[in-house]
Design a protein around this ligand. Sequence first.
Ligand SMILES: [Zn+2]
Length: 159
Amino acid sequence: MVSANVCNKCGNKIITGVRKYQGRYYCAHCYDQIMEEAQRFEDEKQKLVLFIKDLFVIQECPEIVLYAIEKALREGKKLSGIKGTLLYYYNIQGNAPDNISYIGTVIQREYANAAKYFEETKRIKAANEAIDINVPPVVVRIHPGDQKRKKMKYRMEDL
Ligand SMILES: [Zn+2]
């Protein structure tokens, strides 16, 4: 039920200044937040379009690309994920950006692979940073049990 008395976001009763957005009512505070979020989203989308134009060295983004982005968003994909997918497919995997009408297929096919790639990269980076920061080489501790096992496996001369 849509009521003009209750804010659709915070659920508070709206005393003054009812705002309407996409058929729903909001208090002034929540409305401003929603507008800011919408603006941020629009900015991010424009940046993605710019990125695609740079990638394919074109002046105008064809309809088919905008359609592919909207379709991906409707499916719950994220703008950052879409950009990551294109980075992954074209920049990291080195596929030539020669057919822009293929972009929708790339987003659909590579989105999960790209997510996996970036997750793995992040994991490795975090692991490396943890080693660099937290474990100075002089204080490496080995449990007696580990040492015993290691001694059985390796001799210094072999290393
Ligand atoms: Zn509110």
